[in-house]
Design a protein around this ligand. Structure first.
Ligand SMILES: Nc1ncnc2c1ncn2[C@@H]1O[C@H](COP(=O)(O)OP(=O)(O)OP(=O)(O)O)[C@@H](O)[C@H]1O
Ligand SMILES: Nc1ncnc2c1ncn2[C@@H]1O[C@H](COP(=O)(O)OP(=O)(O)OP(=O)(O)O)[C@@H](O)[C@H]1O
Ligand SMILES: [Mg+2]
Ligand SMILES: [Mg+2]
Lengths: 258, 258
């Protein structure tokens, strides 16, 4: 059965979608079969992987609320070995609809459970979460085996981390006792910037081993790639961004096979 | 009565909080009396203006759900003429609590109405919104006279703009016929970057006059300032960020006094 990782951080714009796409693509390039579940009504991961608005007939909304099974909802992306369940803005009304259901925190867990999906031939499922600690994100944490936290090297981003860790602990105590922390990855890191150095030092001090050794640098090629519906690894394989995400994939695999 | 402006964009990390603080501070420096309502459970605007966790007894949550009046909830910040109603993570449960109320979309409008506030001695109220189109953001749009949209000069940020404009139109048709568009301001702009030039050109083409002439450049001093609980105008008045936000304030005032 695939390992399910929720990519979460309620702080906006920290690199959740970018990490889902590029870590996913780097693992796919190394031969792992990866699926992304786009759980954000903005649908950025779907766009970044080339799923036009016209190809979003079946979406994550259907997975959650219409009982659709994973294999029918999955679509192939431009990247071999990397598939995605796309999202549309329909998901933004999902929060209220989910709230009305009895199984409000386990809808995604059920949809991704082996009993519902059957054998899917996947190694990893990444869930790209919206920037909030709403029911959608809680569903992701209940469904996941672990959370991966992109941390932007900025002051406001560090502030939100303790709230996020509290929520992880709450989910662990109430709904998903096995929820682990895959790790924290520093994103958009600019080594020349005192603040960034401070955030890295702070994160290592408070979270120690949980912080990935690999740091993702700020690199304009990373932000250009989605406009060509490519991962940065395809768009510019020699870029600092590609090299960093490939290194992150190696470290991610090493941590999973300990 | 003060003019109420909601600073909105469901895309995360585009500069909503940074614009609320620094446009607010620039207007305050020019002698206008400005209040910020922090409507984001992350409470970044509150932190950026120096309101410690220990001083958040009365918050936006109380304004919305406990009938507290604006003058009791407002606190002074480190910046003269700039006050704030702080936020805590209590707000994240507000969405569900607001949903259960009959007046679910007008709670903030009522709280900021002249009948409830009485004379408050303010020229502008800025509402710093969370990165979502949830009930909190809808409340802000219903309470506001206009919306100000920070637009990051990036591919994913442009994608969300049409959805945001749809929501503004919906709110105008259902709950707030007078909701105007104050304007769209490009943020974190790097003139050397082809993508940024493209986003600016795209925005001007589709939104024309609505796009502020002033463009806010990416400037590390802007992101350092909140860690000192200062606006960038106080932290480094000669920085490119300060100069840009002062120019934005001038343009904002000129548009309001036409
Ligand atoms: N390493 C990087 N270097 C340069 N730009 C980056 C990098 N990582 C992400 N970006 C850009 O920063 C912006 C924010 O990243 P992204 O959209 O992935 O964050 P997010 O956390 O998914 O945002 P949201 O909270 O809205 O879901 C995007 O425009 C993206 O292209
Ligand atoms: N002009 C700028 N130059 C450099 N950094 C900036 C600039 N504007 C904002 N930032 C930084 O970018 C990050 C995102 O900005 P900010 O937090 O204001 O966005 P937001 O839209 O309020 O985010 P959220 O969606 O989480 O509420 C912050 O760390 C901020 O300091
Ligand atoms: Mg995202
Ligand atoms: Mg903010």
């Amino acid at each position: 059965q695939p390992k399910i990782v929720a990519i979460v951080n309620q702080k906006g714009g920290v690199g959740k979608t970018t990490t889902a796409i590029n870590l996913g693509a780097a693992l796919a390039g190394a031969g792992y079969r990866v699926a992304i579940v786009d759980l954000d009504p903005q649908g950025n991961a779907s766009t970044g992987l080339g799923i036009d608005a016209s190809r979003r007939e079946t979406t994550t909304y259907d997975l959650l609320l219409d009982g659709m099974d994973l294999s029918s909802a999955l679509q192939s992306s431009n990247t071999p070995n990397l598939s995605i369940v796309p999202a549309t803005s329909d998901l933004s009304s999902a929060d209220i609809e989910i709230y009305a259901k009895k199984a409000r925190t386990t809808l995604l867990k059920d949809a991704l459970s082996p009993a519902r999906t059957g054998p899917v031939g996947l190694d990893y499922i990444f869930i790209d979460c919206p920037p909030s600690l709403s029911l959608l994100t809680v569903n992701a944490m209940v469904a996941a085996h672990s959370v991966l936290v992109p941390l932007q090297s900025e002051f406001f981003a560090l502030e939100g981390l303790s709230q996020l860790m509290l929520t992880v602990r709450e989910v662990r105590q109430t709904a998903n006792p096995d929820l682990g922390i895959e790790g924290i990855v520093l994103t958009m890191f600019d080594g020349r910037n005192r603040l960034a150095q401070g955030v890295l030092a702070d994160a290592k001090e408070t979270l120690g081993e949980l912080v990935f050794d690999t740091v993702i640098p700020r690199n304009v090629r990373v932000s250009e790639a989605p406009s060509y519906a490519q991962s940065v690894l395809e768009y510019d394989p020699a870029s600092k961004g590609s090299i960093a995400y490939a290194a992150l994939a190696k470290e991610f695999v090493a941590r999973n096979h300990l």
